[in-house]
Design a binder for this molecule. Structure first.
Ligand SMILES: [Zn+2]
Length: 233
């Protein structure tokens, strides 16, 4: 039944596209058959950051806290359009946007000389309940593409989220560190020992979630950790 169902589903999606042609999520123009979610003009309009890779001390993040990752890499300048896309990716069941962001980030990382010695890619995990609600982990979909483009292994099942934390966006900045503290648990230290690791999430806001996960990974003897996101807010 599998194949037949897929053929039927494919025919149905062609029919739906015919009746409701897909349009760009940013400008509303009709998309070419080769384009998904966003037209080429709008993608090319996103401004890449002049300095995507920064030592964490140069970002003003985590000023009062001990830092467990050394660098932040973000691809784009923060804008309302990027914010809209990230929202659609996370809350409107559009995982394909995560894969596209992952490809763009992966290509930029592969061009970055300072990241030549990266050994592996890892995504910030979602709590299993949140994963069930959403159906996918956008950070993992991004990490999968980054791993493919950079030709470095994707580490899975190394850390897990053991507390169902409230969504960080609901908290004041000062409360976010407390909300995620001890939220992560290391399952497979042997996979990260002595490695230079890229840790992927969608956005870097206060850095608290990234730092909490990085702290857990450091307990496994990681060599370096670079936080990789679409934007720094
Ligand atoms: Zn467009």
């Amino acid at each position: 039944m599998g194949q037949r169902f897929h053929r039927l589903a494919h025919s149905f999606s062609i029919l739906v596209d015919f009746i409701f042609p897909p349009v760009c999520l940013i400008c509303g123009d009709r998309l070419a058959p080769s384009q998904r979610f966003v037209c080429d003009g709008c993608w090319n309009g996103f401004t890449p950051l002049q300095q995507p890779l920064l030592p964490i001390e140069m970002t003003n993040l985590l000023q009062e806290e001990e830092k467990y990752f050394t660098h932040s890499f973000a691809l784009y300048d923060y804008s309302a359009d990027i914010q809209h896309l990230i929202h659609m990716m996370k809350y409107k069941s559009m995982p394909g946007i995560a894969a596209r962001f992952g490809r763009e980030i992966g290509a930029a990382l592969a061009r970055c000389d300072q990241l030549r010695d990266v050994d592996a890619i890892l995504a910030i995990p979602l709590h299993p309940l949140r994963l069930r609600e959403r159906g996918y982990n956008q950070a993992e979909l991004m990490a999968r593409e980054i791993s493919r483009v950079m030709a470095r292994p994707l580490l899975a099942g190394v850390v897990r989220r053991r507390r169902y934390t409230q969504q960080q966006a609901k908290f004041a900045k000062s409360e976010r560190a407390r909300n995620v503290r001890d939220a992560f648990q290391l399952l497979g230290p042997e996979g990260v020992q002595d490695k230079n690791i890229i840790l992927v999430d969608d956005v870097l806001t206060t850095g608290s979630t990234m730092n909490a996960c990085a702290r857990t990974l450091q307990a496994g003897g990681v060599r370096t950790l670079t936080a990789v996101t679409i934007v720094r807010i």
